[in-house]
Write a protein that binds this ligand. Structure first.
Ligand SMILES: Nc1nc2c(c(=O)[nH]1)N[C@H]1C(S)=C(S)[C@@H](COP(=O)(O)OP(=O)(O)OC[C@H]3O[C@@H](n4cnc5c(N)ncnc54)[C@H](O)[C@@H]3O)O[C@H]1N2
Ligand code: MOO
Length: 335
């Protein structure tokens, strides 16, 4: 049987089932489903349908080889979703894939492009390595026409199966974040002496806690290289998973932090990150323990190079020089 789609004037539609969800949009107030697919039209529905601009409805008999938009979207979602992702019912032809846990978005730009080349179906995603909170959307899939040739979904499923065969995992997933205990060293004579109140400590603490980690201990040092080195060694000795040193990261004579981190014996991956704010950030390692030098902007700006790199470290990635070099493209968050 071939698919049959019949247009019926709404005045004659009482008793017929809607072939798809119907959307209402009232700017500033509402956007969503007014009628659900399968809803049987009643006399009272007629003015509501006319209000949203529907003078006709479709009556659909689906033929072989064709899929309804909702089923197409559901099949696509199942083909794509991997670890840490769940999805619910389709709504208005769309299925949203959501993170089940806090983590990083795993996806590949070329793969997303290949799915979107097929046509009639769309896959929109967040960017790779974006932080997702539980329930946050990683992707949405939608059929564009009401009726989608099944072969298009089969093509997308084949791409997903090929991806799984080559990578051993689904094309979309959420990587969990480790919960680390960080040692924090706040530098700056003006803070150490009590001239001004420490604002860096609370800011860094809040950023870690938002990702499920903690500042286990906070220390203070004046702008003295040797004192900073001593405090870094103290925090290393305490066995923390990560060392964070704040302030003194730029070019003034009192900016001792980069030199102290080097002198403490860290392998410096890079000092200088091609991202603004956060260009004066330093990344290094003591063995497997990352050490980051955090410039002043991390304290007052909610999104800096630190906020890009921290989740990567928590996901277990080792940051390389090459990766830092890659941050410049799109890295001008604000000048
Ligand atoms: N001539 C240049 N000027 C600046 C450069 C540069 O390359 N050349 N870099 C700029 C960038 S980018 C940043 S970011 C800032 C800050 O860098 P620092 O990490 O050296 O920050 P500080 O000088 O230590 O402090 C700046 C500012 O913030 C206050 N502060 C620092 N720590 C705390 C704290 N724990 N609690 C409260 N307030 C704190 C400090 O008193 C200063 O007012 O440099 C740009 N300039
Ligand atoms: O380390 Mo600074 O912005 O680049 O604000």
């Amino acid at each position: 049987m071939k698919t049959r789609l019949r247009e019926v004037p709404v005045e004659e539609a009482v008793g017929l089932a809607l072939a798809h969800d119907l959307t209402q949009i009232i700017p500033g107030q509402f956007k969503g489903r007014l009628f659900r697919k399968g809803h049987v039209v009643t006399e009272e529905d007629i003015p509501k349908l006319l209000d949203i601009g529907k003078a006709h409805i479709y009556v659909l008999e689906l033929g072989e080889g064709d899929l309804h938009e909702d089923d197409a979207a559901l099949r696509l979602a199942s083909a794509l979703a991997g670890d840490g992702i769940s999805f619910g019912e389709p709504s208005e032809g769309k299925v949203t894939l959501k993170a089940e846990r806090r983590g990083l978005a795993v996806l590949d730009e070329a793969f997303v492009r290949s799915v979107n080349r097929i046509g009639d179906i769309v896959l929109a995603t967040v960017r790779r390595d974006q932080v997702l909170q539980p329930g946050g959307a990683i992707a949405a899939v939608r059929a564009i026409p009401l009726i989608v040739p099944e072969r298009k979904i089969a093509e997308a499923e084949a791409l997903a199966a090929d991806w799984r065969a080559r990578h051993g995992s689904a094309p979309l997933a959420v990587r969990p974040l480790r919960s680390v205990r960080a040692g924090l060293l706040v530098t700056g004579g003006e803070v150490y002496s009590g001239r001004i109140k420490d604002k860096f400590g609370p800011a860094v603490r809040a950023k870690l806690e938002a990702l499920g980690s903690t500042v286990a201990e906070q220390r203070f040092a004046p702008d003295d290289r040797q004192r900073i080195v001593t405090e870094i060694h103290y925090l290393l000795g305490r066995g923390y998973d990560m060392i964070l040193v704040t302030g003194g990261m730029s070019v003034d004579p009192d900016d001792r932090t980069p030199g102290a981190i080097r002198e403490a014996g860290a392998d410096i991956v890079s000092y200088g990150t091609p991202m603004l704010p956060g260009s004066m950030l330093l990344v290094g390692y003591f063995g497997n323990v990352p050490i980051l030098g955090l410039p002043g902007c991390v304290m007052h700006d909610p999104y800096t190079s630190f906020d890009v790199l921290l989740p990567r470290i928590l996901a277990g990635d080792r940051i390389t020089r090459e990766e830092i070099a890659g941050m410049g493209y799109g890295g001008l968050l604000h000048g």
